[in-house]
Design a binder for this molecule. Structure first.
Ligand code: NAD
Ligand code: TYD
Length: 354
């Protein structure tokens, strides 16, 4: 008999959002055992979770979700009550260069996990849950006006969003076909600490700091809707505990920014923090070739999550950005390890290989 009320597999827990979810759950729920299952790809970094390592309700398992036998073995070891599934290839630009890697992890990996739940739970779904974390990019691209709601038809354009859309459909197919208890959320762009510096905000912060060019795709007119990552983790907590089975919830902060305006705001924050003259960092802005198939605008309508489950974002964007910039400036070791590749040695030092 386990001394924990629930044993939860968080896949992708060593990544950006996953590490915030693991931290929140480990610290908030001493009665849950949280198993972070992660393949530690280039995006997985156990240094993100130094502060929870060693806690009695936390464990790490190095697992590739596309390895069916390995996943089965993990389920036999832990008898999970729930899965919070975040493991994915997550970067649109990489998906353009290597689409099949996205099909493999995001589509096949999700199907393998769902199937492991189906086999392991064997129709006894009492207290069980598969929570799938997805993106607003499955809805495609908006024009100048309008919002994505949960009813917006799927219309993905990039290999990344197409693979996430396929995985979303598999999750709902397991609900409809096998009666599996599932819940899903589709979130807008996240920002915050521990974000791999290939995505817009951490890349710009790092380049501004190092006086490197700031590559703005196209004319910088594309719009993204930004949410503080800890608010996303709180939304996942809320939906995990109170979401309706078979439902999906849009998560977003009603916080749209044109890329170029956002980059200017970051430059201005960084000028102040680094003691540069106002306007100095903005001189680094360099317009570069646009991304192929670049979606113009994302904007999430998160009314359902607010009305039904009472969640709302906690931070204003400027406040969240300041916090984020401060985190990057005071965590030089983290960024140095990530850019040098040293973070990938952390696992070998801290954990025995399976
Ligand atoms: P990330 O790239 O930072 O982290 C992904 C994690 O998954 C890494 O730790 C990586 O090692 C792990 N992983 C990758 N392939 C794996 C495999 N085959 N087996 C096991 N683990 C594997 O991603 P993120 O930004 O934290 O995104 C997490 C989830 O949230 C993804 O599903 C993504 O689609 C979704 N999402 C992200 C955003 C965003 O703005 N970043 C917004 C909405 C939804
Ligand atoms: P990104 O952080 O890759 O997230 P996503 O593509 O999933 O929305 O990019 C956010 C926006 O910033 C997107 O419109 C592409 C743009 N962008 C740049 O202009 N320059 C860059 O170097 C990067 C990485 C992104």
């Amino acid at each position: 008999m386990s001394k924990f009320d629930k044993t939860i597999l968080v896949t992708g827990g060593a990544g950006f959002i996953g590490s915030h979810v693991v931290r929140l759950f480990v610290n908030k729920y001493a009665n849950y055992k949280i198993v972070n299952g992660d393949a530690l790809t280039y995006a997985g970094n156990l240094e993100n979770l130094k502060d929870v390592q060693g806690k009695p309700n936390y464990a790490f398992a190095k697992i590739d979700i596309t390895d069916e036998a390995g996943v089965e073995e993990l389920f036999n070891q832990y008898h999970f009550d729930a899965v919070i599934h975040l493991a994915a290839e997550s970067h649109v630009d990489r998906s353009i260069l290597d689409p099949l890697a996205f099909v493999k992890t995001n589509v096949l990996g999700t199907a393998i996990l769902l199937n492991a739940c189906r086999k392991h739970w064997n129709g006894n779904y009492d207290g069980k849950l598969f929570y799938h974390v997805s993106t607003d990019e499955v809805y495609g691209s908006l024009g100048e006006t309008g919002f994505f709601t949960e009813e917006t038809p799927y219309d993905p354009h990039s290999p990344y969003s197409a693979s996430k859309a396929a995985s979303d459909h598999f999750v709902m197919a397991y609900h409809d076909t096998y009666g599996m208890p599932v819940v899903m959320s589709n979130c807008s762009n996240n920002y915050g600490s521990h974000h791999f510096p290939e995505k817009l905000i951490p890349l710009m912060i790092n380049n501004i700091k190092n006086n490197k060019p700031l590559p703005v795709y196209g004319k910088g007119e594309n719009v993204r809707d930004w949410l503080f990552v800890e608010d996303h983790a709180r939304a996942i907590d809320t939906i995990f505990h109170n979401g309706k089975l078979g439902a999906s919830y849009n998560v977003g902060g009603f916080n749209e920014w044109k890329n170029i305006d956002l980059v200017h705001l970051l430059c201005s924050i960084m000028d102040k923090k680094l003691g540069r003259a106002e306007g100095d960092s903005a001189k680094l802005i360099t317009y570069v070739k646009d991304r192929a198939g670049h979606d113009l605008r994302y904007a999430i309508d998160a009314t359902k999550l607010n009305k039904e489950l009472g969640w709302s974002p906690s931070l204003q964007f400027e406040e969240g950005l300041e916090k984020t910039v401060e985190w990057y400036l005071s965590n030089e070791e983290w960024i140095n390890h990530v850019t040098s590749g040293d973070y990938q040695k952390y696992y070998d030092v801290q954990y025995e290989k399976r």
